[in-house]
Design a binder for this molecule. Structure first.
Ligand SMILES: [Zn+2]
Length: 494
């Protein structure tokens, strides 16, 4: 009845169905154990978690698919509590000490494939480039590269450091390429077979694959989710001494905001917490296959009784104390272990920042995209927001000053924005100006020193009517494009 992924959701028959669907989406994004051949795998990107655990609450299908060999999460102690403002709206507070003990630690393997035939001359059909430092490199470079021109395995690669080097086997011209990616360690360098180009005898292998291991320990902004479609972003690494603690001295790993329950209705998560707590107390693992319990024998009752028998609160709650003040909380806190997955959406892949930078050559507006250090699009709806708040100067700042602000000359007589031309001489003869725009035919010597450069309207053919205005650069582009379709747009400038 359920798919393989769906069977992994514990007590999924107690959840609202969209949440089970979200979990099926998210389990595909977990940073887990995708394979066991990390050493030989040369996928573009492989995510790996370092200290995964086997869930204490798992369905029977978990064994059928031997998921313990591909563990993808951690049993974390979760306290359902609204603590400060750092857990609002799906944000979650994570115990800093848990992180320091290895909670969610992982890495990304990235493979960079380098093909020398792409760098060789178009005209030559034989490879004339070879990896190596035979052409001679400075000691600054040779410190980081082996004589074969490839990085040293196990060394740290930082932005701007030498990545690989190759030379021309005939001219001995040396080229060094520098590393431009995220900081990481050289995990492996593999030599790859020939490509389409014909090999020359002198030049050796043309292809290498450099595998870099990038450490991805948990930071603020990383995404986590449990198996009930309840995702959250780490908003704060809270010092453990300031975390709330129970009477037995347990500090939770994760603080989960109780406002995440009413609208999502993930009752399966509350049952997982109860069952997980009972499992930890009894030192066993419990089955969470869907539809094993009925309304005559509800799931939560059997686990609650386990808890009660062990001397715990029947409802899975505990007395807790504020880590900040030491005072006991008035209400009991629902606390217990829940299996959490770390998802592969990480801030270090997504953060974007720009002050000034490259612009589009056509529109002169900032380029888009994180790779190019571009800007964030300020669209029509954002514009409407600022307008509705009356923040028109902020709007001007975003859409003009910080975008494609440009200065143009507009002709006061004909209103043309694109007719004013510089580099035209305005010539005075006995203190009265002579207007001309056919410069090439004038012998300047006849007019001695009485001339200066000035703006001229190409349409009116007159000087002195051009006025400087500030406009977005794309506005002139619009006028140009309209002019190309024989539509004139004139501006009235006072
Ligand atoms: Zn004009």
């Amino acid at each position: 009845m359920l798919s393989v992924l769906a069977t992994f959701t514990p007590f999924s028959d107690h959840n609202q169905s969209p949440r089970n669907m979200y979990q099926c989406q998210m389990s595909k994004q977990t940073m887990g154990t995708p394979c066991h051949a990390f050493d030989t795998c040369s996928d573009n990107r492989i995510y790996r978690i370092f200290s995964p655990q086997s869930p204490v609450i798992r369905p029977s299908s978990y064994f059928q698919h031997s998921m313990d060999d591909y563990a993808q999460g951690l049993n974390s102690v979760v306290a359902v509590i609204s603590y400060t403002g750092y857990d609002m709206e799906d944000a979650m507070i994570i115990n800093k000490c848990s992180i320091e003990r290895g909670f969610g630690h992982g890495c990304v393997y990235k493979n960079y494939k380098i093909d020398l035939t792409a760098a060789q001359r178009r005209t030559s059909d034989r490879s004339h480039l070879q990896f190596g430092t035979v052409g001679g490199v400075s000691s600054e470079v040779s410190r980081f590269l082996d004589p074969d021109g490839l990085p040293i395995i196990g060394s740290l690669l930082m932005k701007g450091m030498p990545f690989y080097a190759y030379y021309d086997i005939f001219s001995l011209k040396q080229v060094v390429q520098f590393y431009q990616h995220e900081e990481g360690w050289v995990e492996k360098v593999s030599l790859m077979g020939p490509t389409k180009r014909v090999f020359s005898i002198q030049a050796g292998f043309q292809n290498v694959c450099i595998k870099v291991r990038i450490s991805r320990n948990v930071t603020i902004g990383d995404k986590f989710a449990n198996r009930h479609g309840q995702k959250g972003i780490c908003s704060k690494l809270w010092p453990t001494e300031n975390m709330p603690f129970t009477e037995t001295g347990i500090t939770p790993d994760i603080l989960f905001n109780p406002h995440g329950f009413p609208s999502r209705m993930t009752i399966g998560m509350t049952i997982e917490l109860l069952a997980g707590k009972a499992a930890c107390i009894n030192g066993c693992k419990y089955d969470s296959t869907a539809f094993r319990f009925s309304s005559q024998t509800p799931a939560h009752l059997s686990f609650s009784e386990e808890l009660f028998r062990a001397g715990y609160n029947y409802f899975g709650t505990e007395r807790m104390y504020s880590g900040l003040s030491g005072y006991e909380f008035e209400s009991d806190i629902f606390l217990g272990p829940i299996y959490y997955q770390r998802l592969r959406h990480m801030v270090s892949d997504k953060f974007q920042v720009r002050t000034t930078g490259s612009v589009n050559p056509v529109t002169h507006q900032p380029v888009q995209g994180r790779k190019r250090a571009g800007g964030m699009r300020f669209g029509e709806m954002e514009r409407d927001c600022l307008l509705s708040h009356g923040a028109s100067f902020l709007l001007k700042d975003r859409l003009l000053n910080c975008s494609d602000k440009a200065y143009f000359y507009v002709c006061l007589q004909c209103g043309n924005l694109i007719s004013s031309m510089y580099n035209h001489l305005r010539i005075y003869f006995e203190d009265s100006p002579i207007y001309t725009y056919h410069l090439l035919h004038i012998d300047l010597d006849n007019y001695s020193s009485n001339y200066k450069y000035d703006w001229l309207c190409n349409v009116c053919g007159e000087f002195g009517y051009s006025k400087l205005v500030v406009l977005p650069f794309v506005f002139r582009l619009l006028i140009f494009e309209m002019a190309s379709m024989r539509i004139k747009l004139s501006l009235k400038v006072n």
